[in-house]
Design a protein around this ligand. Sequence first.
Ligand SMILES: [Zn+2]
Length: 475
Amino acid sequence: MTIELVQDFIESSKDKYIQLSDEIWQYAELGYTEQKSAAAHIAFLKAAGFTVREGVAGIPTAFVAEAGSGGPVIGILGEFDALSGLSQESLALSCCPSTEISNGNGHGCGHHLLGTSAHLAAVAVKNALERGGIEGTVRFYGCPAEEGGWGKTFMTRAGLFDDVSAAITWHPGVANTIMNLESLAVKQAYFRFKGVAAHAGASPHLGRSALDALELMNIGTNFLREHMIPDARVHYAITDAGGVAPNVVQPNAAALYMIRAPRNRDASELYERICNIARGAALMTDCELEIEVHSACSNLLRNTTLNELMQAKLKQFGAPQYDSEELQFAESMHRTTRPEEVEMAGRMLASAWRQPKALFDGVDELYNDRPSKMHGSTDVGDVSWVTPTVQCMTACFAFGTSPHSWQWVSQGKSALAHKGMTLAAKTMAATALELYTNPLLLAAARTELKERLADEPYVCPIPDGVQPPIPGRSA
Ligand SMILES: [Zn+2]
């Protein structure tokens, strides 16, 4: 019954949501500046009868839309931020900047699809609750700045998920599968050194070089790599190299560090070791050091109960059918990939991808005991520590094309992307509906989370005083 309700509602209303997704592709706004994208979502949600709380967690582009009443409360998470430097012509088969978008950005991670599909799922759930006379609340969470701004972590810290019974989301990709993943926890911090300027030729002994301190810190960190756990990652960007004058002893220098590790406590431990290296560098050079936490996010906690439920729903709907034009487009796009990209895409699947095709046209098997390791991070992680969380992926792009590439931007308004986002919306809505009507399953998912938290309870990795890094807002 619920499957038909979802299927019919989404099929009959999908066109205007496809338009919304295309509109947001066009806005291509970066994290925390998604004003037009958030406004477009909010207008649609209000028109669909949702009550919207705007500017939540102190973030102007974060919002929570709600419908229904009582419990359970199911949260469906959406994103809408784009990536810098990825402007790309829609449907082009080579890398060329868009003539439609002037801000230089592009939806290289498909978050225009992600947000719109999750939004459509929430509207479909509202409709099914009303039609079926089912008690419960559905929320759509408008989550800004997934790309390095970790909006959901700030939203989690603000308690926005505390009363959520379970959370559901998805990510556009190259296959139809459950995201049975382990992601890395992250800590991001600025390390700023302050020295003394001096004439580099006439009186270098009077100077104290902040650039020397920063270089020594980076060298120290690079030596640390041998002695950290293999799955950890450390990256840095020099945000202030002290200017362009070599004849001045540089009085200021800074770097933004990104420290990743499998679990929150590993990331915290590694962060402390890197802070010590920075302190050592400051001591060696007689400079002052300031450490400022930028943001952070937690690793994902899997929920095998919800994984199995969502897998069953995904299988029930099955992969979309494609016409010859769509298959041809996928084929052309697939030809732009390198063999190692295809191999990388195959590695995240549970079932062996023996015969790489241009388009993934089935549903991957789920092996709950074999999660794939994702050496990236997602702020869905924090939500997954406070409420049982599940995510699927659907094929929106030709197999082997990679996230954060021109190919994903190019395919973002294609029929493939639209079909993938429609399948994801159906899968999310059907998963949610099962949770309203199957209290035992929801209880099992919640017990599973409790067990996973037994040896490390959730502590938000972003300290209380740290504000979301919103451009233009002073700290
Ligand atoms: Zn993404």
